[in-house]
Ligand binder design. Sequence first.
Ligand code: GAR
Length: 200
Amino acid sequence: MKKLGILLSGRGSNFEAIARNVQAGRIPAEIAVVISNKPDAVGLARAKEMGLQTRCITSKGKEREAFDRQVVAALKEFRVDLVCLAGFMRILSPYFVREFPRRILNVHPALLPAFPGENAQRQALDYGVKFAGCTVHLVDEGVDTGPIVCQAVVPVEDNDTEQTLAARILKEEHRIYSEAICLLLEDRLRYDGRRVVLKD
Ligand code: GAR
């Protein structure tokens, strides 16, 4: 059985969606460990309630790579095959990325390469786009720049607020994140430069 390592910093709704799909047998893997850099992350508490292995590794005051070395050590301790960033609000060091080549996924609440970084839904509203969405991508050394595995589109309504748009996007995040995890774990993807395509 393949092992997932989930990294989160907050609410953890993407983690919960993945956990539900794992439990239901829709993702061929187990969650080996859930790691948070924030002791008070709701997602961390939920993981504990579910009886999963958890680690809190605080990032405050640590150099980026020193923190990443601790996280990588924990992921290796649990023999993690695939790392899933689920609202993990940190940029990974080149060291971390090299330790898990093509084995780190992230979900971002925008149609990348539009609106990378923080407050993606706010950026989309301010720009005035008529469609927004979310992206699951492989993590490389840049910020939200890695090869795209899955995307989903949602309309932007005239009366949308940041909250209503974020909620519409989040529903799609919950759906496509598990889809992307399955594609990767089942070795159904082929890499052609930046393009990630389905094998024949
Ligand atoms: C999600 O919308 C995720 O796409 C976003 O944070 C939220 C976390 O929610 N991530 C980023 O913006 C990363 N750049 P969750 O904790 O409920 O999964």
